[in-house]
Design a protein. Structure first.
Ligand SMILES: [Zn+2]
Length: 215
């Protein structure tokens, strides 16, 4: 996939995922009759106890700290690193624009370090990049190129692709291939909806300055 599909669909997935705890929280916070089943002091009330919310508190906390700007960067991170290396700097050596950062190994490393930093320092910046990278590998359909995805399980060489007319082929596919232009259209619609929503809620500046959509 290309630029708009990567950032639009990844952003949409991140917003849905980060909002999921608040949906669940809101449902459980709806007014409910809270009557004890027994008159004994040890009986449990019918309604859910407040401590049940603790199960989602860490994820809710993580979701509120996520910098969506970094998710946008993460959505493009594998291409930002691999395309210059494989296409422009070392085209003869790699002969592919999907190399190190399009591998499962890279995703596992970046995700492990992200969890470590979050647990030790409470910082979420690398989690945002790791999530964007995860979505990038899915949207690129990397399971179709197992030699690259599972590198170096199949040997040290990456799966080779024809990059001789890469840019020209991209433009041609963008105009003629529905597998390319439809996801781009979906990504563009999600981005448009996202920024219109922010503008109407007066949160556009908040997003630009802090990368958050929750004040
Ligand atoms: Zn890619």
């Amino acid at each position: 996939m290309l630029f708009l599909a990567h950032i639009g669909i990844t952003l949409g997935a991140a917003v849905l995922l980060c909002d999921a705890p608040s949906w669940s929280y809101s449902r459980r916070k709806l007014p409910q009759p809270c009557q004890a089943t027994s008159t004994t002091s040890f009986s449990q009330p019918d309604c859910a106890p407040d401590c049940a919310d603790d199960n989602l508190s860490w994820f809710n906390s993580l979701a509120r700290q996520i910098d969506y700007r970094l998710i946008l960067v993460g959505a493009l991170l594998p291409d930002i690193i691999d395309k210059p290396l494989g296409t422009f700097l070392f085209p003869c050596f790699f002969n592919s624009n999907r190399i190190f950062c399009h591998t499962l190994l890279f995703l596992v490393i970046i995700s492990s370090v992200a969890v470590y930093i979050f647990k030790r320092q409470g910082q979420t910046w690398l989690i945002a990049l790791a999530f964007g990278t995860f979505m990038h590998l899915i949207l690129d359909g990397m399971w179709l190129i197992p030699k690259t995805l599972l590198w170096p399980a199949y040997g040290w060489a990456f799966g080779r692709t024809d990059i001789s007319h890469w840019l020209k082929n991209v433009f041609y596919a963008l105009l003629t291939d529905p597998y390319i232009y439809l996801p781009e259209l979906v990504g563009a619609i999600i981005l448009l909806g996202f920024f219109v929503y922010l503008a109407r809620k007066g949160k556009l500046l908040l997003f630009i300055k802090k990368g958050t959509i929750q004040s």
